[in-house]
Write a protein that binds this ligand. Structure first.
Ligand code: AMP
Length: 434
């Protein structure tokens, strides 16, 4: 592989504000350990049949002795895993890593927070390392729906590939294409990209995808929701037919299955997400309240509850801006993130929130999707989502890393039907706050 004689440098385009953030790993490890043990006691999670006409990975009970060094991973990757403090693979990692190392196609149902990034990044990097090839064109492509997720995936890959002679590039819109073009011209092994900008580079022949050996579609359901299907199909058309493909999605809708059928060859299917169930560590409740009283109630909940950090969801970009302005007038430190904000503003807001410089982050569903904010104790649904499944995604932002989270929904009269749809999906009512 090129560059092996030089000090390994993964990303030639460093992303400001997205350098690997330090994390207190002990609660994470505890969470994964307890999750792993719980899953071992609950074989249904691993045996759910998926009517896709593809092989379901045979359920294997999880053992507490399952460790990373039982996978056929090279020492530098094992070292990176150790440096991150991961001792035990999460359920998706246990299932996916051996399958991907074998070179099989994979369809996996797993949400953010399950450790899915390392589940595909570790074996992908291993395969790049094991079969070195001297070429300028990239060998692996990870497609993700949002810039934030692209940055997160690239952070994870950068940390894991620290000791490897693997060169990567992060490609997304809203920023100058020049550094991306420079990296592509110098040659990269791995591309992490959102579909729109990658398609631009493809059309201007700045990127050659004809040597791609491995494709990962991360959060494929969200990519379809965001209308990327045409871009994805055009990108896939530029890839060699002979390749390994992995598809990760929080849900397996009919659309996803159709995409999977056209993309994957005899895939192994893995499902580790107890879908349509709220995360076990989240207390969730609803307040029935007039639309006009939502804002004062939210301020009261934050101020009286002495809430340090809250992620607040609105349905629209306009609603997010308006609410952020109102909260600011109440004296709260707040920022809004949504698709109309520049990449710089989104990155800054997310960083400020992660670093605790702002107390409230107001977000729309798409902007918040995939955000990995550890130790986030509070989520507020200022408005209920259009799509009931988004409720599960939203409240999944809290109660992670083994910490108890709280999710509160402010529901006005005109949202009652939405609430009923969510409760139907969950199979149980959401308690009303006292
Ligand atoms: P993801 O679902 O890929 O967004 O990962 C969620 C979080 O879990 C990230 O902060 C990862 O760093 C962390 N993580 C991933 N795998 C492990 C593991 N095996 N043990 C502990 N933490 C992990």
């Amino acid at each position: 592989m090129r560059g092996s004689v030089h000090a390994p440098r993964f990303f030639s385009v460093p992303l400001k504000g997205h350098h690997g953030h330090s994390r207190d790993l002990s609660p994470l490890l505890q969470a994964h350990r307890s999750r792993a043990l719980k899953c071992a006691a609950d074989p249904i999670q691993f045996q759910r049949a998926i009517p896709m006409g593809c092989a379901l990975e045979p359920a294997r009970p999880l053992r507490s002795s399952d460790l990373f060094n039982e996978f056929a991973l090279s020492p530098p990757l094992l070292k990176a895993v150790e440096a991150l403090g991961y001792t035990e693979p999460t359920p998706i990692q246990q299932r996916a890593i051996p399958v991907v190392l074998e070179g099989r196609d994979l369809m996996a149902a797993a949400q953010t927070g399950t450790g899915k990034t390392a589940a595909f990044a570790l074996p992908l990097l291993e395969r790049l390392l094991k079969n070195p090839v001297q070429q300028r064109a990239p060998r692996a492509l990870i497609l993700v729906p949002t810039r934030e997720l692209a940055a997160q995936v690239s952070d994870a890959c950068r940390v894991l590939a620290k000791q490897l002679p693997v060169r990567g590039v992060l490609i997304y819109g809203g920023v100058s294409p020049k550094p991306q073009l420079d990296s592509l011209a110098r040659g990269v092994d791995l591309v992490i990209a959102t579909p729109g900008r990658l398609l631009d580079h493809l059309e201007s022949r700045a990127v050659d995808l004809s040597k791609i050996e491995m494709l990962v579609l991360d959060e494929a359901d969200r990519m379809l929701d965001m209308g990327f299907i045409r871009a994805i199909r055009r990108i896939i058309a530029a890839l060699p037919a002979q390749r390994q493909s992995l598809l990760f999605s929080a849900t397996f809708s009919e659309e996803i299955r159709t995409l999977a059928r056209s993309l994957l060859r005899n895939p192994v299917t893995i499902d580790v997400s107890p879908r349509n169930a709220p995360p076990e560590l989240v207390d969730h409740s609803v307040y029935h309240v007039d639309a006009a009283a939502k804002h004062p109630l939210l301020t009261r909940l934050i101020v009286d509850g002495d809430v340090r950090q809250t992620l607040v969801f609105t349905r629209t970009k306009h609603g997010a801006n308006r609410l952020a302005e109102r909260l600011q007038k109440d004296g709260l430190s707040v920022a809004a993130i949504h698709g109309n904000k520049s990449q710089g503003a989104r990155t800054r807001a997310l960083d400020d929130f992660k670093q605790g410089r702002i107390r409230v982050l107001v977000a729309t569903d798409i902007a918040a999707r995939g955000l990995d904010i550890t130790e986030l104790p509070h989520v507020v649904n200022f408005e209920l989502p259009h799509v009931p499944e988004d409720y599960v995604h939203r409240i999944g932002r809290t109660g992670r890393a083994g910490l108890r989270g709280q999710a509160v929904s402010l529901v006005s009269r005109d949202e009652r039907d939405r609430l009923r749809a969510i409760e139907k999906l969950l199979g149980r009512p959401i308690p009303v706050a006292a």
